[in-house]
Design a binder for this molecule. Structure first.
Ligand code: PLP
Length: 428
């Protein structure tokens, strides 16, 4: 696919060495939106940590469902309902295999990562955290992995503890033995920071949590889409992610949990499908996973998530990761070669995912984002839903470029040229 346009050539054919892991040109051809022009320039989409673009295969899964299969699941005896149920459950099985969950019932469909985190806070943690206990998170969490714990800690008279982030952008692991202690009930950490890109040592944290009898919840919103993740290898008790950050639709996410933990947890929402039996006086709960899926689920989007998982599996998650590592290394190199730029997070690209957050000391991030948009380049600017972390760097906003399977080094060149072009107006 040719993406040459005025001023910028973002043809992946220029990306000779990164073509080895992924056929980026073929990948790009699967994404209709990538042939769009924005302000007369070819779209350079570098806002993948916020949400990703969708390949034809995912869009087709949605269209096919509504054109050929649409019916409610689990309750019908007619053909469409049976087909819809089979497709919905097949998608669950695909997700389970993708993260190496031991059984499909341990994969719960939710709306997104935020809902999965809230579900665990409102059920497991609500039942197990008591006065004087503590909850451990990190200083690099997304708001959706801070606020539910602040609320729970306040309600229970429990303590919310933070693992610190060092100047190098890495988690400070020196004090984990004193921070994660015998009163810790749950450790809830991001696997990959959406601001710094830092890849956290979740297996080590899981190990420490288990030593003290706590459980670990891993926010994998920025890891499952980008690298191979094996819930059994890291011994995750709970792990969650959003389909829209991994080529799938919005409005659907996943909570994985160990079977015994999910089984003993109270329901999160009440209603149809999550019950076994209802009398005028009382009710009993359905088996997993349905106990946590009250009401008509997001059937079409679950099926399309299965298509996204197929797409990524076909590419191979090792290849996806390698591709992003190359882009990150190149991006760090190129962006740091500019004047006036400070990059947040680990300097070594091998320690981070495909996220580069930075500030320019002469251009406000919002001005930079707007000027880049004029050149067809989409980046994110602001606090990235991690206000405490961003503020800890002495700023209220940062610019962020984040990469995915369809990005190329030539697009990073376009970003760097775009920053230079913007400097002509702001730097005197
Ligand atoms: N956690 C992390 C690390 C994220 O990056 C995000 C989204 O940016 C979320 C949680 C929340 O995801 P969602 O908005 O899909 O619930």
């Amino acid at each position: 696919m040719s993406t040459t346009g005025p001023g910028i050539d973002v043809s992946p054919a220029n990306d000779v060495d990164i073509g080895r892991m992924l056929d980026v040109e073929a990948v790009r051809a699967d994404f209709p939106i990538l042939s769009r022009k924005i302000n007369d320039r070819p779209l350079v989409y570098l806002d993948n940590a916020a949400t990703t673009q969708k390949p034809r295969q995912v869009i087709a899964a949605l269209t096919n469902f509504y054109e050929q299969t649409n019916a409610n699941v689990h309750r019908g005896v007619h053909t469409l309902s049976i087909e819809a149920t089979d497709a919905y459950e097949l998608a669950r099985t695909k997700v389970a295999k993708f993260i190496n969950a031991p059984r499909p019932e341990t994969v719960i469909w939710t709306r997104n990562t935020s809902e999965s985190l809230n579900l665990v806070a409102a059920t497991w943690a609500n039942a197990h955290v008591g006065e004087g206990d503590n909850i451990v998170i990190t200083a690099m969490e997304h708001h959706s992995n801070i606020v539910p714990w602040q609320q729970l800690a306040a309600r229970k008279n429990a303590e919310l503890r933070y693992l610190a982030v060092g100047k190098d952008g890495l988690l400070d692991m020196a004090n984990i033995e004193s921070i994660i202690d015998s009163r810790t009930k749950i450790v809830s950490v991001t696997h990959v920071s959406n601001v710094l890109g830092t890849v956290n040592p979740v297996a080590e944290l899981a190990n420490r949590a288990h030593e003290v009898g706590a459980v670990i919840l891993i926010d994998a919103a920025q890891s499952v889409p980008h690298m191979p993740v094996d819930v059994q290898a890291i011994d995750a008790d709970f792990l969650c992610f959003s389909a829209h950050k991994m080529l799938g639709p919005t409005g659907i996410g996943v909570l994985y949990g160990k079977y015994d933990l999910l089984d003993e947890m109270p329901p999160y929402m009440y209603g149809g499908d999550m019950i076994l039996e209802v009398t005028y006086e009382d009710a009993t709960w359905n088996d997993l996973p349905y106990k946590f899926e009250a009401g008509t689920p997001n059937i079409a989007d679950a099926i399309a998530t299965g298509a996204a998982v197929d797409y990524l599996s076909e590419l191979g998650m090792e290849n996806v990761w390698e591709h992003e590592q190359q882009l990150t290394a190149y991006g760090m190199d190129q962006i740091s070669s500019l004047n006036h730029i400070t990059i947040f997070g680990p300097e070594d690209p091998a320690l981070k995912g495909g996220v580069i957050s930075f500030v320019h000391d002469k251009i406000h991030p919002h001005d930079l984002g707007t000027a880049l948009d004029q050149q067809g380049i989409a980046i994110r600017t602001g606090h990235h839903c991690a206000m405490p972390l961003v503020r800890s760097y002495g700023v209220v906003a940062a610019a962020r470029a984040s990469f995915y399977v369809y990005n190329t080094k030539t697009e990073i060149d376009a970003l760097v040229d775009g920053i230079r072009e913007t400097e002509r107006y702001f730097v005197r």
